[in-house]
Design a protein around this ligand. Structure first.
Ligand SMILES: NC(=O)C1=CN([C@@H]2O[C@H](COP(=O)(O)OP(=O)(O)OC[C@H]3O[C@@H](n4cnc5c(N)ncnc54)[C@H](O)[C@@H]3O)[C@@H](O)[C@H]2O)C=CC1
Ligand SMILES: O=C(O)C(=O)[C@H](O)COP(=O)(O)O
Length: 369
């Protein structure tokens, strides 16, 4: 009988429902051992000691040579997240380790977070059908989903994605999005510049894409929302910009996450602890996707589905669209904002408190579109 040892981030939703003897071993001789620890506790020493066959992570575990150098057992790495900037995929390929992530898993959840933030700060755009121009930077799964909601509300969209062909939504330059939008929302992956030492980098790097020059191009009353990755915005420039303009800024992600400085926090209109994608549906879809990929790797049929695990969902986009005053019942974003601000001690929110808010988060429900 073969034993499969799985080392996993304990913040993976329904880990034991998807990864157990009956879901992975029902047609085989496999038994399954799961070792679940906090994502930040997964380090090289633990991997060397546990010698897992499978490593299941979310975004806080950096997977690279330093993590795996003393390990020969891992054959599969699954990240139940959309973002992959924490994973050195080239290194995994060089070791012949299969990698899977969960593209698109929380695209509606993040889009709904952005709509909630806009409606909370400027209810007039939604409740009185005032016209809004929404700028979207990055038009992949999340940016494009957000655009569909915007069109449904009758808003204008200015979209910028230099890696996709021009389209109805991919219709503007970066300068136009920044200078002509009422709200700018960021939905890019975190990427670094391509150069001699980093030939696999991007021709359109996103690290510090929003710097002092980009902020200077934005009118003072333009809202800026970042639910992508913290380092996409240069935070020192952002603080200076808010001091100068009084801009309303919404951050779900932070450059020095999980620590957040109160000097920044106190200037933000809304601040949340990296929970834009934290709905039950979004997180379960992430787990389901890496489970499906592992079954494919093991050549075994699927024996679990998130539909078995989801309670009834009564949250309908059509209802909210008609009755926007019901938003707090659908998602009260200010509760998340208050929880984060309440953790500020001695000028900062500590990493432990930031991670604790995420670990203990009461998962929202995704509105059905
Ligand atoms: N706050 C949260 O809870 C969550 C955050 N995320 C973040 O959101 C990011 C985006 O997610 P998806 O839309 O699903 O990814 P995606 O890969 O489907 O789309 C990203 C898009 O950004 C575009 N892009 C790349 N560089 C660009 C640049 N310099 N300027 C403009 N566009 C650029 C790409 O061409 C692509 O179309 C993820 O990479 C992740 O970091 C994802 C899920 C939850
Ligand atoms: O999917 C992504 O990308 C995200 O940012 C996640 O929603 C957050 O992942 P964790 O921080 O829970 O690892």
């Amino acid at each position: 009988m073969k034993n499969i040892t799985i080392l996993a981030d304990s913040n993976i939703t329904s880990l034991n429902d998807f990864f157990n003897d009956s879901t992975l071993g029902h047609l085989t001789e496999h038994t399954v051992d799961i070792i679940a620890v906090a994502g930040r506790a997964i380090d090289a020493a633990l991997l060397a000691r546990v010698q897992p066959d499978v490593l299941l992570i979310r975004s806080v575990t950096k997977v690279n040579e330093a993590l795996l150098v003393n390990n020969n057992s891992v054959q599969f790495v699954g990240s139940a997240t959309i973002g992959t900037d924490h994973v050195d995929q080239d290194y995994l390929a060089s070791r012949n380790i299969t990698f899977a992530n969960a593209a698109g898993c929380s695209k509606h959840s993040v889009a709904q977070y952005v709509l909630t933030a806009i409606s909370t700060l400027r209810p007039q755009y939604w409740q009185q059908s005032a016209s809004l121009t929404l700028g979207i930077i990055g038009l992949g799964n999340i940016g494009n989903t957000l655009a569909q909601y915007a069109y449904d509300l009758g808003w204008q969209v200015l979209g910028y994605d230099p890696l996709l062909p021009a389209s109805k939504t991919n219709n503007a330059s970066l300068e136009q999005v920044l200078s002509q939008s009422d709200v700018v929302s960021l939905h890019v992956p975190l990427t670094n510049e391509k150069n001699a030492t980093n030939p696999k980098g991007s021709d359109y790097p996103t690290r510090h894409l929003i710097n002092a020059a980009a902020l200077a191009a934005m009118p003072a009353d333009t809202i800026l929302i970042n639910s992508a990755r913290g380092p996409v915005i240069e935070e020192s420039a952002l603080e200076a910009d808010i001091e100068r303009t009084g801009r309303q800024v919404v951050l779900d992600v932070f450059e020095h996450e999980p620590e957040v400085a109160v000097s920044l926090l106190s200037k933000l209109a809304i601040a949340t602890p990296h929970i834009a994608g934290y709905t039950l549906e979004g997180k379960l879809r992430g787990t389901q996707t890496i489970y499906d990929a592992l079954c494919e790797k093991l050549s075994i049929p699927l024996a679990q589905s998130m539909s078995n695990l989801l309670p009834l969902n009564m949250f309908l986009w059509s209802e909210l669209k008609s009755y926007p005053d019901r938003l707090p019942k659908f998602y009260d974003i200010m509760q998340d904002d208050t929880s984060l601000r309440n953790k500020a001690v001695d000028g900062q929110v500590s990493g432990a408190d930031f991670d604790g808010l995420r670990r203990d988060y009461n998962l929202r429900r995704e509105w059905q579109f």
